[in-house]
Design a protein around this ligand. Structure first.
Ligand code: UN1
Length: 497
């Protein structure tokens, strides 16, 4: 039986209460065009209420020993596990991704819950020798206070867990603005937090737009951090505003990720890797492969095999287990993809497959795009430089390993990259020289695991990382503590002899 929602209109979750907001907009299932639920369009006043509650609650939460804070995350993990199928189906309904991928995303959240719960018994600081006798020095992680997280529609539950779980285990209170396209995962996760016994005010969900809710969060002086995943323009604006306020900001803003296929690669394996990372999630991943940098010796073999495999990809509603390619999030997304198809043609790339909006009799009201392959692209083309966020991949032929690395690095983004080769020396040279935060060898560009740092170089972000133990650096402040037990005044740097 397909999962259903008990309500026709979602409510904010503020200070442990489900708070109704008058204004709302429809959440549409992109595979069917049907309305699933109404999502609130909150005001800046709603944000202020949430921050006020969070600020009070956080003071107590910070005093709860971290292993006890972690207990809540263990319970969250078990509840997510129990509800995995429900969450996955609802995720497919609001986001469109096929059910197998939805299950994978929910699993990513479950993994993050148990992993970060484990951090409740670590949260390592450091002890360091002091310069002076009978003096003890240590550095410890402290919560920052109230933190703001702004999450995208393409991974509505996993990315929220990458940010909120470390924030919570570290003793912060959270204000969360989920994307208005995919609010159901936030609603479900907030219910799970409630059931897991998280004290009220520690997790607050405020639904609404970036221009109202996001803006109020960025401007609120009691929100000390903004952790954002989303578009480049929005991220840069947030960074500029946070810069003015000296507010900490952690940004993840996408990629232009490439798979490199060398002349000695296992081409069939490369084809599988490209298909999965370019067309999975209809290319709507920050980590999606949208460039294939191919050695000219294997270019025609690769093209031929890719085309043959692309024909087998079944498009349609993601709730049907047989489908491999789900819809595009909305019409705006499709229009953007279409504009890049035109740009690619105008730039002189050769369209080998796809390039059109897809429909069939049972999917008249859904929004789909056919998997698309360009070839003979070059690095200076816009289709090879800009993020398309759709199932569109461009083959760029190269003559050498050195050229492949240069092309890979010749974009403003630096999230993920991959190389297919059997040459062990090239493997190590590539992992050293590929200028991205994530590097894969003999695998596609997607599929990051939650206990490793997620993020990128250059225009992908600002040096911070989501998930992994590194996420704790975003949500904690370091405090250096010196304890002098000599019984006399010892002056550092002076009384050292
Ligand atoms: C994203 O697209 O922003 O590595 C997240 C991956 C997934 C997460 C993607 N684990 O593809």
């Amino acid at each position: 039986m397909t999962a259903t929602l008990q309500t026709k209109k979602l409510r904010n979750f503020i200070d442990g209460d489900w708070v109704e907001v008058e204004a709302s907009t429809a959440v549409i299932n992109p595979a069917t065009g049907e309305e699933i639920v109404q999502v609130p369009l909150s005001s800046s006043e709603n944000v202020h209420q949430a921050v006020y509650a969070a600020k009070q609650a956080q003071k107590e939460w910070a005093l709860v020993p971290a292993p006890q804070r972690a207990e809540v995350l263990y319970r969250v993990g078990y509840l997510m596990k129990e509800r995995k199928e429900r969450l996955s189906q609802l995720l497919t309904m609001e986001n469109g991704k096929v059910i197998e991928e939805a299950r994978g995303e929910v699993q990513e959240g479950i993994d993050m819950a148990f992993y970060m719960a484990g951090e409740g018994r670590r949260l390592f600081g450091q002890t360091t020798p002091a310069e002076l006798k009978d003096k003890f020095a240590m550095s410890q992680r402290c919560p920052v206070g109230v933190v703001g997280i702004i999450t995208p529609w393409n991974f509505p539950i996993a990315i929220a867990t990458w940010k909120s779980f470390p924030a919570i285990v570290a003793g912060n209170a959270v204000i969360w603005k989920p994307a208005t396209e995919t609010p159901i995962m936030a609603y479900e996760l907030a219910s799970i937090f409630e059931e897991a016994g998280l004290p009220k005010g520690i997790m607050n969900v405020v639904f609404g737009t970036g221009s109202t809710v996001g803006d109020a969060m960025v401007h609120h002086e009691d929100i000390r951090i903004i952790s954002f995943t989303g578009s480049n323009d929005t991220g840069r604006n947030i960074a500029a505003e946070c810069g003015k306020q000296l507010k900490k900001v952690s940004l993840e803003m996408g990629g232009k990720n490439a798979v490199i296929v060398m002349e000695d690669a296992d081409v069939d394996l490369a084809v599988e890797g490209i298909l999965w990372s370019a067309f999975g999630t209809s290319g709507q991943r920050c980590t999606a492969c949208s460039r294939v940098i191919v050695h000219e010796d294997v270019k025609s073999t690769l093209e031929e095999r890719l085309l043959a495999e692309m024909e087998k990809l079944t498009i349609g509603n993601g709730l049907d287990e047989r489908n491999k390619i789900g819809p595009i999030i909305n019409q705006k997304g499709v229009e953007k993809i279409k504009s890049y198809i035109q740009i690619g043609k105008d730039e002189g790339a050769k369209l080998l497959a796809g390039g059109y909006e897809w429909k069939d009799d049972s999917h008249q009201d859904g929004i789909f795009f056919a998997p698309t392959l360009f070839t003979d692209a070059n690095s200076s083309m816009r289709i090879a430089q800009e993020e398309i966020f759709g199932p569109v991949v461009s083959l760029i032929p190269v003559e050498s390993f050195e050229e492949a690395i240069k092309v890979n690095n010749g974009v403003t983004f630096g999230l993920s990259s991959s190389i297919f080769t059997k040459d062990v020396n090239r493997v190590f040279q590539a992992q050293r020289d590929l200028d991205t935060g994530i590097v894969y060898v003999n695998a596609g560009t997607t599929g990051a695991e939650i206990h490793l740092p997620f993020g990128g170089t250059k225009g992908t972000g600002n040096g911070h990382r989501d998930s992994g133990v590194q996420a704790l650096d975003v949500f904690t402040e370091w405090k250096a503590v010196y304890v002098d037990y000599s019984g006399k005044l010892q002056r550092a740097q002076i009384d050292v002899d």
